[in-house]
Design a protein around this ligand. Structure first.
Ligand code: AMP
Ligand code: FE
Ligand code: FE
Ligand code: ZN
Length: 281
């Protein structure tokens, strides 16, 4: 059994449709795949239908943007939550609205130095999708400013860049509570990915665990080995589930479906713990 629990479609910053991600998962030889778009579950219905047609098990998921009081970005994966839970919906809608305003502000700043307009960016965003820096990167690629998204993130779009603007995002412990309230299984995404920016300290882990965190995404290409050893000790101490996943974004990132996988026993445990919805088989 090959199970990948982290993939994005063009409902956020992936480059394939939700159905396209399911087709790619079947081609990659996966038995089960989760769709975890940023702050959105809009791709679930299309993914479920395509996964059934391809004989791949579909795990409904989402990746919630969060930020600690120290301003550190945290991504929280949620599996099998109720997509209509009012409290959780309110938070992700707030984040998505804030992401739009923030992207517009970043484009205003960028347009002072680069040939870039808001229309150029919107051109790369599917209708209703969660807007992120990757879409700004796509417009910069189209304008010939950078070669690809990775180059954009290594330079113009880093969180240290003078063009970077933050957006509203809930505190990670609050997000964990909301996921649990919605019957979902919260898993801390790529927790020690220092290449993406500052990483959280012990207090944030403690708050998230106290709030009901159930798992850690340890096998992810952005987690360095020494950080993984720390995470394994933490998982053992607090009886947390361990997942491994690709964080596939289509052609938007080098990450390949199935490059990391999750143990079938862990998916079985996620299904036992969740009450919000079920895996589509
Ligand atoms: P944002 O959420 O708008 O701040 O942008 C962060 C998103 O950009 C993350 O969710 C990643 O999916 C994506 N990202 C980060 N680094 C890279 C990279 N080097 N290449 C492509 N996409 C990236
Ligand atoms: Fe992303
Ligand atoms: Fe992430
Ligand atoms: Zn992701």
């Amino acid at each position: 059994m090959r199970i990948d629990l982290h993939a994005h479609s063009n409902v956020s910053d992936g480059t394939e449709t939700p159905a396209g991600v399911m087709e790619s998962a079947a081609e990659a030889g996966l038995d089960a795949v989760a769709l975890t778009d940023h702050d959105s579950t809009d791709g679930w219905a299309q993914a479920a239908a395509a996964a059934r047609a391809k004989g791949v098990a579909f795990v409904p998921g989402m990746e919630i943007s969060c930020r600690t009081e120290l301003g550190i970005s945290v991504h929280l994966l949620s599996y099998l939550h109720d997509p209509a839970h009012p409290g959780l919906l309110e938070e992700i809608n707030k984040s998505r609205d804030a992401r739009l305003t923030r992207a517009e502000r970043m484009v205003t700043l960028l347009s002072e130095d680069y040939p870039l307009t808001w229309d150029d960016v919107i051109h790369h965003v599917a209708p209703g999708a969660t807007v992120g820096r990757p879409h700004i990167a796509d417009a910069l690629v189209a304008a010939g400013v950078v070669a690809d998204r990775s180059e954009a993130f290594a330079s113009i779009l880093t969180s240290h860049s003078r063009y970077f603007v933050q957006h509203y995002a809930p505190d990670p412990a609050i997000a964990v509570e909301l996921v649990r309230a919605a019957g979902g299984v919260p898993v801390f995404a790529h927790p020690v990915a220092a290449s993406r920016g500052r990483i959280v300290g012990e207090q944030t882990y403690r708050e998230m665990i106290d709030a009901g965190l159930l798992g850690l995404e340890i096998d992810h290409r952005d987690n360095p080995e020494e950080g993984r050893a720390f995470l394994r000790r933490l998982a053992a101490r607090h009886d947390l589930l361990i997942t491994g996943s690709s964080d596939y974004h289509g052609t938007g990132k080098p990450n390949l479906l199935g490059e990391n996988v999750t143990d079938p026993g862990v998916l079985a445990r996620i299904e036992e713990l969740a009450t919000g919805c079920t895996v589509v088989r």
